[in-house]
Design a protein. Structure first.
Length: 271
């Protein structure tokens, strides 16, 4: 059953909630939303079976959440705070929520924790941050914003995927999913902004205040840049560790990922 919460600016954010236990919020990366992402829905169900209340939500600009609203990182973090406030209203949170951030959703989750969201523990998978204090993230964000402001919606998605394996873009453009990907293109601004934020200061300055136990995962078969990014995140945080999960080319299996997340949360999240 779909629920909604109203964010700070009146935007309606839609989410599913299942299971009973400590709350876990799933933060999707680029192109992920409930109607388009069956793997995360399956992940939520597996996590719920391990004794967690799992929230899987459509980020603004996607699925059943509001579309004609600002879609930057500030608004995206405010949406997470609204979800946490709603969970507090219906569920005794205790110390806060756990987060699972997938890909650029991991950068959003890190930014949320760094900006004071009450986080009990966090798991992030293959967060594609660039080199410390590099300029490529800011340049990429500028390019996304220019194309969102333009008159070619396809160009937004094409630009966002320009550094991914070429066959990914070719497959996407040849699939029935392309119109949906183009429709949510403006929401990619928050993904790009989260990656720019991760280069806006030394990693230790950005992430060093996050005390929540954190597991930073990479796939057993991963893209070249993911392992160094994971190492950089772990090195900057006081209670972070690196791990691996069965995954190929940035894609994981729901049951295996749920087990890895639940095993970590079982160790670190009070009940």
């Amino acid at each position: 059953m779909s629920h909604t919460v109203i964010s700070h600016d009146g935007a309606s954010i839609a989410y599913d909630r299942e299971g009973e236990g400590p709350p876990v919020v799933l933060v999707g990366g680029a192109f992920q939303f409930r109607a388009f992402d069956p793997a995360t829905k399956q992940l939520a169900t597996h996590l719920a079976k391990r004794g967690y209340t799992v929230v899987n939500y459509d980020r603004r600009g996607r699925g059943e959440s509001a579309h004609d609203v600002p879609m930057g990182l500030h608004e995206t973090l405010a949406d997470l705070r609204a979800i946490v406030a709603e969970l507090q209203r219906i569920h005794e949170l205790g110390e806060g929520v756990a987060l699972f951030g997938n890909s650029s959703g991991g950068a959003i989750a890190l930014a949320a924790a760094a900006h004071g969201l009450p986080v009990t523990a966090m798991v992030a998978f293959e967060v594609p941050i660039g080199t410390e204090q590099g300029s490529d993230g800011a340049q990429f964000l500028t390019g996304i914003r220019e194309r969102v402001a333009g008159d070619d919606p396809d160009a937004v998605v094409e630009y966002f995927m320009k550094d991914m394996p070429r066959e990914w873009l070719e497959q996407a453009k040849g699939s029935p999913s392309w119109p949906l990907m183009v429709r949510i293109g403006p929401s990619l601004e928050a993904d790009a902004e989260s990656l720019a934020w991760a280069q806006s200061a030394p990693h230790a300055e950005l992430l060093g205040s996050i005390e929540a136990p954190t597991l930073v995962l990479v796939g057993e078969q991963t893209l070249d840049e993911m392992a160094p990014a994971a190492d950089a995140i772990v090195a900057a945080m006081p209670n972070a560790e690196r791990g691996t999960v069965p995954a190929v080319q940035h894609s994981w299996q729901p049951e295996e990922m749920a087990a890895r997340i639940a095993d970590f949360l079982d160790e670190h999240v009070p009940r």
